[in-house]
Design a protein around this ligand. Structure first.
Ligand SMILES: Cc1cc2nc3c(=O)[nH]c(=O)nc-3n(C[C@H](O)[C@H](O)[C@H](O)COP(=O)(O)OP(=O)(O)OC[C@H]3O[C@@H](n4cnc5c(N)ncnc54)[C@H](O)[C@@H]3O)c2cc1C
Length: 543
């Protein structure tokens, strides 16, 4: 083991949140920053060409390729749980959708003993991050941040028909679901600019490297935190077959994501003592909530066979593919510049509910088995149906002291009755929209699960047997007061009972927002940098 050197700050993980933390720390020129990232550089085309993201998933050069533990909710299946292992992290291989959630989600975080995390208080950080290109009320939208958010280049005829059909059911078009209200249906807003992915690393980390005070070490697999008593003073990592230690003069910021962060804490002896011992680890600090409270959105996908309109399935095959390649090469537009999902529809499983609880996404393309991969050979469209805030909770647990052995990831999908009811309601809403004019004329048949899945029980069976992750893991280092044993970090993201250490990524999310998680990860990174620098919070926005 060699003790290499020391920096003011050491950031573990160059993913969505870690890139922001490092980028903002470096901006002030108030200390040196070292970033340790297990993955490599981000030159792979699958990262940058939006539609090529399907080639990033399951690619060991870019993806940790975790698998979830089987459960009753997945009919005993284990599911591929992709996480980015590259500069930009999961933000370099995600589906490009930019969505923040409902105001009430963040007010809920604050109400659980997290001062400063209500919507009016986190909104300035969402805005600081964002460079919104397109319409939107500037009360809600940022115009000059590093992370560019754009709209789709041109309307898609099938999407237009789907939105009109939703309109006939009382679901209006929402001009900006990241604005005053989330309700309604809309094209997704995207982290794509000029036909290329907006990656957190390119937006935040690369400028930090150019400033000269930030050093990024790739292929550096963190093994554990180095502690002196209850203080973290450095990080042990393996690179090029050798063990190293880098010391942190001020603090370590753990941004290894919802799987990596609790795993690294556990490998360092921080967690539930009984479980640590069972995994062969020596407990150093009891914090029973580490790795618990795992949440994810679980989607049941339905496939429609389309007639009378072109879908992406035909546009990227044979001769038309050559046309699309030319369009992309010349104009950075067309099917290759599209997100894997094009529409978001936010709805309610019960009209009496005070806020939306289900979501149907639509895309005029279909994938065998409902997983982003090759496209079906027939003209197809997909509706993905999920519950916005599932109650089911799972865990991430180290299984051995070997840092290279993946932890157990058990999301416990559909464990709660409310979640089972909601996913069935979302599938019923999807079917209603697909059956409404003017979209219905394009539906030749529902090919998956198909009309034989008519009862609630049959729809639930489809969800169990064929449902899949939406890749929104979060919650495993829960933020909240120390008195509650579920909590791991306080409202300034400091680990309870440990000095010199913060956690900043989606693992700190106490309860799931009604949204994908990249926007929240970036916002959390923005906040963490301010905390680490001792800066006062941005003033709340008067709403
Ligand atoms: C296929 C897919 C599609 C998605 N689509 C969307 C979408 O469209 N919109 C959206 O908002 N969200 C989406 N998400 C989710 C979103 O991208 C993630 O929630 C977000 O990027 C997580 O950010 P993070 O900072 O918490 O973790 P990450 O971005 O995962 O960063 C963690 C980093 O830490 C590194 N790391 C982990 N362990 C170690 C270790 N031991 N040593 C060194 N480094 C380590 C990792 O390699 C990684 O770079 C998607 C996710 C996936 C996988």
């Amino acid at each position: 083991m060699t003790t290499d050197d020391s920096f003011d700050f050491v950031v573990i993980g160059a993913g969505s949140a870690g890139s922001v933390v490092a980028g903002r720390l470096s901006e002030t020129n108030n200390g040196t920053v070292c970033v340790l990232e297990a993955g490599g550089h981000d030159r792979h085309l699958a990262i940058h060409v939006p539609a090529a993201v399907v080639y990033a998933l399951g690619n060991p050069k870019l993806d940790w390729m975790f698998r979830t533990a089987p459960s009753e909710g997945t009919a005993g299946r284990s599911i591929l749980q992709s996480r980015g292992k590259v500069l930009g992290g999961t933000g370099a291989i995600n589906g490009h959708v930019y969505t923040r959630g409902d105001a009430s989600d963040f007010d809920g975080w604050a109400a659980q003993g997290n001062p400063g995390w209500g919507y009016a208080e986190v909104l300035p950080y969402f805005k600081r991050c964002e460079r919104r290109v397109g319409p939107g009320d500037d009360t809600y939208r940022g115009r000059s941040g590093p992370f560019t958010v754009t709209d789709i280049d041109a309307p898609e005829p099938l999407c237009e028909a789907f939105m009109e059909a939703a309109g006939t059911l009382g679901i209006p078009r929402n001009p900006d679901y990241n604005g005053a209200t989330q309700d309604g249906i809309a094209y997704v807003q995207r982290s794509i600019h000029r036909g290329r992915r907006v990656s957190p690393a390119r937006a935040y980390l690369f400028p930090a490297i150019r400033r000269g005070n930030t050093e990024v070490r790739t292929d550096a697999h963190v093994q554990r935190l180095v502690m002196e008593g209850r203080r973290v003073v450095g990080v042990a990592y393996r690179k090029g077959g050798q063990d190293h230690i880098v010391r942190a003069r001020r603090e370590v910021i753990l941004s290894a994501g919802a799987v990596g962060s609790p795993h690294i804490l556990q490998l360092s002896g921080i967690g539930n003592p009984e479980r640590l011992r069972a995994a062969g680890l020596t407990p150093l600090h009891a914090l029973p909530g580490v790795g618990d409270n795992l949440q994810d959105h679980y989607a049941a996908r339905m496939v429609l066979r389309i007639r009378g309109a072109k879908t992406i399935n035909e546009r990227v095959r044979s001769l038309p593919l050559l046309v699309e390649l030319a369009r992309y090469a010349l104009f950075r537009k067309g099917a290759l510049a599209l997100t894997p999902t094009l529409l978001y529809c936010f709805g309610k499983s019960d009209p009496a509910l005070p806020r939306g609880d289900i979501q149907v996404s639509f895309t005029p393309a279909s994938y065998p088995g409902g997983v982003w991969s090759g496209l079906d050979r027939f003209p197809g469209a997909t509706m993905a149906c999920w519950q916005q805030r599932p109650l089911s909770r799972g865990h991430v647990r180290a299984l051995s002291p070997d840092p290279m052995q993946a932890p157990e990831i058990q999301p416990n999908y559909l464990a709660e009755e409310t979640d089972r009811r909601a996913i069935v309601a979302a599938m019923r809403l999807a079917r209603k929209i697909a059956g409404a004019a003017p979209f219905a004329q394009y539906v030749e048949a529902e090919s998956w699960p198909g009309p034989t899945a008519a009862s609630d029980a049959a729809l639930l069976e489809h969800a169990r047997k064929n449902g899949n992750t939406t890749y929104h893991l979060m919650g495993t280092c829960r933020m909240g007061p120390a008195e509650d044993p579920r909590n791991v970090v306080n409202h300034e993201l400091r680990v309870h009972g440990i000095a010199g250490l913060r956690v900043a990524d989606t693992s700190i999310i106490p309860d799931m927002p009604a949204a994908n998680t990249n926007a929240s990860a970036l916002m959390i990174g923005e906040r963490a940098a301010d905390f680490a620098l001792g800066r006062s919070a941005l003033p709340p926005i008067d709403l």
